[in-house]
Design a protein around this ligand. Sequence first.
Ligand code: 6PG
Length: 260
Amino acid sequence: MSRTILGFPDGEGVSRYAASLFARLAKKAVWDRGVFHVALAGGATPRQTYEILSTPGFVGPVEWNSTQIYFGDERAVEPDHADSNFHLASEALLNSLRLHSSQVHRMAGERGDLNVAAREYEARLAKSFATKRDEGLPRFDLILLGMGKDGHTASLFPFTEALNEREAWVVRNEVPQLSTERLTLTVPVLNAARCVVFLVNGDDKAKALERVLEGPPNRIEFPSQLIQPSDGELLWLVDEAAAAHLTRRPEAPPSRESRE
Ligand code: 6PG
């Protein structure tokens, strides 16, 4: 696994870089395999990246027709609820694309029994990736993730059961600290991806970021430490405020020319 930490002056820098990386990885995946499988992050941080991807500079060049959109996690709400990760992604990006409904794989957070919803989503992944549990993990081309102030990612919260899941690809996770339940991809699926990208902005994330990136291994308290792709890239895109406590300065992003 290669881990790279890139620093940006602000959240817009993070979002612009994430959008162009998304486009580059989409191009490569479609060139290599004919399809781009990407899991979107929830929370507020990725919204700007999605909005940039919905602008003409990206709507054209990105191979949307060969793109399959999934979600890393979902809240226990209706898909049109303001807290829904699907709702956020739809408002900021999906509604401006003419994707066929079969290309967007939403997690059914509104279901009464999220265990059933988790199994349904796993079955959907098995169909899309033409694999199943005893044959191999679904291998995403790109997984976007955020990180909470407590060091959680997707809906893998500190001290919760889902942190130890090694069989299922998707689980219902009880989150007592929020008095709620969530749906989330599990660690084995996240770590099977070709590329995992964390987007982390703001000084409220600085303490946790320092613990996750430079602190002693403590995965149950800082679940973002669990994300270590076994055969893929791990990229942290962080702004200056979030990186304020880091002792090792993040690298400067490679210039556009060197990226092409
Ligand atoms: C969610 C996310 C979660 C998010 C972090 C950061 O559904 O809440 O998947 O893991 O990425 O909580 O959230 P913000 O970007 O809003 O700070």
